[in-house]
Design a protein around this ligand. Structure first.
Ligand code: NDP
Ligand code: AKG
Ligand code: MG
Length: 420
């Protein structure tokens, strides 16, 4: 870590502050920290900013303006702060202190090298909810016959599970110690090749599960959704994924008054806002992956563990047009950092080529979170119009008849032109 200060705080603008009940005080010129991101981050992040600025200007004139503040992580941070400074302290502090931020993707090497900076940021700030809405926009090409039937919101637990990165390489001191402990003290005889096994640990807690499932059920209540599905592989991983399911059901009953249907485990609660039923159900992950393709209309809010949520995010995104149009947010009760589902797509980096739709929709989620609903609505409407005009990036153009392929920045300009 370094005491270096490289963040330039905009002269104008104020911090967003958070009340005890998690509501926000948003000034008319909020300072929003942003991380450009590695790879295609350099392409999509400027487009996102341009579209968000245009929507804010269109919706509120001179009355409101985002004061962007660049903060640094990933390769850019190492260029600015020095080698090995991948996630500077002041970057983490800014994401925490400014309450609302947005980031482009960051590279994580496979196998060796640094651990995920994306995961590190989530862990350091305990951004325990990864919220990824999956909705169909009219005109988007999809591999499904009826893509509009896919309308889900993923609540992915963001702080635990095998994703936490507690693992030891085969042959390392850590792996040897753990394997010795397991075999000698715990009587474990199931490690097939103990001499050459790497070892990963999968922590899943009651608290971690409950806070995630609570958010998912509250979301279903607030947004008039018909069901919450707990997705787990609890038949095999009984005390982690199975416990996630059991703790989830217990929470629904204890805190939301859900009652079992036909002896359970499914249960049902009455939405206090609408009087309608919300069904709490569960599905084993492998079966769920086929259900979302075969019967997507049966599912709405999804609450799941970290790794399942990662896999499901990309699979569900594909059903409604792919990860070029898949936004998300990492959230705690006081901090929200908006982040696309996709990664750095290195082969396209710097080519002004990829779809900026995910980042644009991240900005839309961010504006809605700030209560700037009119600007958020404008983004959704103009994005839809842009897609329907068939002026789209390569990912959509290759699947659409009669489309005109435009660049990443070109697509941003089409979206802005649709605001008129
Ligand atoms: N939150 C984050 O910062 C994340 C970071 N990553 C990191 O990103 C790096 C690359 O990961 P990788 O597995 O290649 O996954 P990516 O999501 O970066 O890319 C996979 C494929 O998805 C398509 N794609 C991705 N982004 C877009 C876009 N904006 N518009 C259109 N299509 C898009 C492309 O498909 P096609 O080839 O068909 O054109 C691309 O080749 C890794 O280091 C990974 O760890 C990954 C996910 C999230
Ligand atoms: O951190 C990474 O590099 C990958 C993360 C990821 O795929 C995700 O969070 O969806
Ligand atoms: Mg992922």
């Amino acid at each position: 870590m370094s005491g270096n200060q490289h963040i330039q705080v905009p002269a104008q603008g104020q911090k967003i502050t958070v009340n005890k009940d998690s509501s926000l005080n948003v000034p008319d010129q909020p300072i929003i920290p942003f991380i450009e991101g590695d790879g295609v981050g350099v392409d999509v992040t400027p487009v996102m900013r341009k579209v968000a600025d245009a929507a804010v200007a269109k919706a509120y004139g001179a009355r409101r303006k985002i004061q962007w503040m660049e903060i640094f992580a990933g390769e850019k941070a190492t260029r600015i702060y020095g080698p090995d400074m991948w996630l500077p302290e002041e970057t983490v502090a800014a994401v925490r202190d400014y309450a609302v931020s947005i980031k482009g993707p960051l590279t994580t090497p496979v196998g060796g090298g640094i651990r995920s900076l994306n995961v590190a940021l989530r862990q350091e700030l305990d951004l325990y909810v990864c919220l990824r809405p999956v909705q169909y926009f009219k005109g988007v090409p999809s591999p499904l016959k009826e893509p509009e039937k896919t309308d889900m919101v993923i609540f992915r637990e963001n702080s635990e599970d095998i994703y936490a990165g507690i693992e030891y390489a085969a042959g390392s001191e850590g792996a040897k110690k753990l394997i010795a402990f397991l075999t000698q003290e715990m009587g474990v005889q199931k490690i097939r090749f103990p001499e050459t096994s790497g070892i990963g640990i999968k922590p899943v807690s009651r608290e971690g599960t409950e806070r995630l499932v609570r958010k998912a059920i509250q979301y279903a209540i607030d947004n008039d959704k018909p069901s919450v599905t707990l997705v787990h592989k609890g038949n095999i991983m009984k005390f982690t994924e199975g416990a996630f399911r059991d703790w989830g059901y217990a929470l629904a009953q204890r805190e939301f008054g859900a009652e079992q249907i036909d002896g359970g485990p499914w249960c049902r609660l009455r939405n206090p806002r609408t009087g309608k039923d919300i069904v709490i159900k569960d599905s084993i992950t492998d079966a769920f992956l086929q259900q979302i393709l075969m019967r997507p209309a049966d599912y709405s809010v999804v609450a799941t563990l970290n790794l399942n949520g990662d896999y499901l995010s990309d699979a569900l995104a594909a059903q409604v047009g792919g990860i070029g149009i898949a936004p998300g947010a990492n959230m705690s009760d006081s901090v929200a950092c908006f982040e696309a589902t996709h990664g750095t797509a290195p082969k396209y980096a710097g080519k002004d080529y990829v779809n900026p739709g995910s980042m644009i929709l991240c900005a839309e989620m961010m504006l809605r979170h700030m209560g700037w609903r009119e600007a958020a609505d404008l983004i959704v409407q103009s994005l839809e119009k842009a897609i329907q005009s068939k002026q789209v990036t390569y990912d959509f153009a290759r699947l659409m008849e009669g489309a005109t392929q435009v660049s990443c920045s070109g697509f941003g300009d089409v979206v802005i032109s649709m605001m008129d």
